[in-house]
Design a protein around this ligand. Structure first.
Ligand code: FEO
Length: 175
């Protein structure tokens, strides 16, 4: 059974994951309107992954006698200055999410809830990957700068990364 404190903290994380999903969905839609179909595909997929992070939390809370609350969401930004600005925002956002996950892990230790502590380790590893990927993409975009053909190839690379990462995730989930 979850303590009210843990339940509340997990519900806050549900909100954050839902917000992340909306945030990336809005970025994907913007990228699509810019003709950046590879970037859009990557971001649509990323949005789905965040929804999966949210669902996993809702189910965990419910399984342990709590109630996973589906939250109301704010309208995310609709326009972006550049692809680089999009990925800089993603990196900032993921750094914030990592800090929140770490705070959550800390609460489970204080509350001696080792089951939730164990459950959260998946999120700890996921955040390391997400931050590293966002950092890598921002670095690539810094190299490309204003080079239009560089952006064209970047968009193709993002398209190529998209299906692969979904398949890898599927395999991980099956193991
Ligand atoms: Fe669910 Fe991008 O953290």
């Amino acid at each position: 059974m979850l303590s009210p404190k843990i339940s509340q903290a997990l519900n806050r994380q549900i909100l954050l994951e839902a917000e992340s999903s909306q945030f990336y969905l809005s970025m994907a839609s913007w990228a699509e309107t810019q003709g950046l179909n590879g970037v859009a595909a990557f971001l649509y997929e990323h949005s789905d992954e965040e929804r999966m992070h949210m669902l996993k939390l809702i189910k965990f809370v419910n399984e342990r006698g709590g109630h996973g609350i589906v939250p109301a969401l704010k309208q995310p930004p609709t326009n972006y200055k550049s692809v680089k600005a999009v990925f800089e925002d993603i990196l900032k956002h993921e750094i914030k999410v990592t800090a929140e996950i770490n705070g959550l892990v800390d609460i489970t230790l204080k509350e001696k809830d080792y089951t939730t502590h164990n459950f959260l380790q998946w999120y700890v590893s996921e955040q390391i990957e997400e931050e590293a990927l966002a950092r890598l993409i921002v670095d690539k975009l810094k190299l490309i700068g204003d080079d239009k053909s560089g952006l064209y190839f970047f968009d193709r690379d993002m398209q190529a990364m998209t299906g692969k990462s979904a398949k890898e995730k599927e395999n991980t989930n099956q193991n």
